[in-house]
Unconditional design. Structure first.
Length: 366
C-alpha cells in the first residue's frame, strides 16, 4: 500500500506500510499467526466473505459496526483526573458474540441498548463453522471477526489493511460496559473526541474511523433524535429543509425512539429491515469514498454526532481535508486503514489469556 500525496492539513502523516510501529502495543499478535496450525484459515474467511457479500452487500457495514462494538468497550482500573483510562483489560476479544444463555448470572453485552441493532452474528457463525471443519478448536472467534471485517471492507471497494492474528476469545460478556462506553448519537464533538482519546485515538484517527458511515444505512432510532433538538420538541435547525423532509418520510415520528449507537460503522441494511422500507432506515451510501465528508460540509450528516465534526477546530479542518478533491479521498482511505489497524489491536487477549471457543456464541465450557 503506497503513501499518497496529502492535502495541506494532513501533510505530516506517516505511510500506512509502517504497520508494526502502529501495532507495537499488541506485539503478542503476529502476521499469519496460523501459518502452521491452520494455514488455510485466512483463505477460508476470505472465500466465505466473498460468497456472503455476493448475496448480501449490506454485510460489510454490519460487520464494521459489530467489530467496533466488540473492540471499543473496556474495563478501567485507574482513572487519572477523569481523562485517561489506564490498564484496560477488555477490547477485541469476541465478547460481543456471546449470547445470553452463556451468562447464567448476568446479561450478555449484545443485549445492551447500544447493541440491540447489531447484526452479522449469523455470518460470523457460518465462517467459524467452516473454519472449524478444517481446524477444530484452533482459530479464535475474535480473529475471525477481525479478518472478516477487513475482508468485507476490501470486497466492497474499501482499502486493504493488514490484520495481525493470535487473539483469544473472552470467556465472559460485558453488559454494563457496553451500556456505558459506546458513543451516543447525541454526543457533541467534545464528548466524542474524549471517548476516543480514552482509547488512544487522536482527532484524525477518530474522524477517519467515522468515515465508515459512508456505506450502509443509518437506523431510524438514531435519526429521530434530531427531531427533538436539545429537548425543545423541534427539529435540529441546522438540518436542510429537504433533508429534514426526507428524514421524516423515512422515519415517522410516531415510531418509538430508541437509543441506538452510531458507532464508527452504520446500522446497515442487515438490521432485519428491507432496504426498500422507508420507515426503518436511511441510506448512507454504497461507495467507499469521501462523500460522507462532502455531505457533512453541506450540513447533511444524518446524525448529530457526525455533523458535530464540522463544529469547528481540528475535526472541521480534517473533514475539509478529506472532502478535498486534491487528494482528500486517498488520504481518508489511508487514514481509515491505519485507524482500523489500531482498532483491531486494541486490548486483545493473547497467549494463555481467554480461550478458543468452539462456538462463537458460547464459552468453551458450556
Amino acid at each position: 500500500i503506497t503513501s499518497l500525496s496529502n492535502p495541506t492539513d494532513l501533510q505530516h502523516q506517516d505511510p500506512i506500510v509502517d504497520v508494526f510501529a502502529i501495532t507495537s502495543p499488541a506485539s503478542r499478535l503476529s502476521y499469519d499467526f496460523y501459518r502452521n496450525s491452520c494455514p488455510a484459515a485466512e483463505e477460508v474467511v476470505w472465500t466465505m466473505m466473498s460468497q456472503i457479500v455476493s448475496e448480501h452487500k449490506d454485510v460489510p457495514p454490519a460487520l464494521l459496526r459489530l467489530f467496533f462494538h466488540d473492540c471499543f468497550i473496556q474495563i478501567p482500573c485507574i482513572n487519572l483526573v477523569d481523562v485517561f483510562w489506564i490498564n484496560a483489560i477488555q477490547g477485541c476479544d469476541g465478547s460481543v458474540l456471546l449470547n445470553s444463555s452463556s451468562n447464567p448470572n448476568s446479561t450478555a453485552e449484545r443485549t445492551a441498548i447500544p447493541n440491540r441493532t447489531l447484526r452479522g452474528f449469523n455470518h460470523i457463525d457460518a465462517i467459524k463453522e467452516a473454519v472449524e471443519k478444517i481446524c477444530p478448536g484452533v482459530v479464535s472467534c475474535a480473529d475471525i471477526l477481525a479478518l472478516a471485517t477487513r475482508d468485507g471492507v476490501v470486497q466492497i471497494g474499501g482499502p486493504y489493511y493488514p490484520v495481525l492474528t493470535g487473539r483469544r476469545d473472552s470467556k465472559i460478556s460485558y453488559f454494563n460496559e457496553a451500556t456505558n462506553h459506546i458513543p451516543r448519537p447525541t454526543d457533541n464533538v467534545t464528548q466524542f473526541l474524549r471517548a476516543f482519546a480514552q482509547r488512544g485515538f487522536n482527532a484524525r484517527e477518530t474522524v477517519a474511523l467515522l468515515g465508515a458511515h459512508n456505506i450502509g444505512r443509518m437506523g431510524c432510532g438514531v435519526i429521530r433524535a434530531r427531531f427533538n433538538f436539545s429537548g425543545t420538541g423541534n427539529p435540529d435547525p441546522s438540518i436542510p429543509a429537504d433533508l429534514l423532509n426526507e428524514m421524516r418520510r423515512r422515519c415517522p415520528d410516531q415510531d418509538q425512539v430508541n437509543s441506538e449507537s452510531p458507532s464508527p460503522a452504520p446500522s446497515s441494511d442487515s438490521s432485519a429491515v428491507p432496504a426498500k422500507s422507508n420507515n426503518n432506515s436511511m441510506p448512507n451510501g454504497e461507495k467507499f469514498d469521501a462523500h460522507f465528508y462532502k455531505n457533512l460540509l453541506k450540513g447533511r450528516g444524518l446524525i448529530f454526532s457526525d455533523q458535530q465534526l464540522t463544529a469547528g477546530g481540528t475535526t472541521s479542518r480534517i473533514v475539509r481535508a478529506y472532502a478535498s478533491d486534491d487528494g482528500g479521498e486517498q488520504a481518508f482511505r489511508r487514514d481509515f486503514a491505519r485507524a482500523m489497524i489500531k482498532l483491531s489491536n486494541l486490548n486483545v487477549l493473547t497467549g494463555d489469556e481467554g480461550e478458543i471457543r468452539l462456538s462463537c456464541s458460547l464459552p468453551r465450557n458450556t
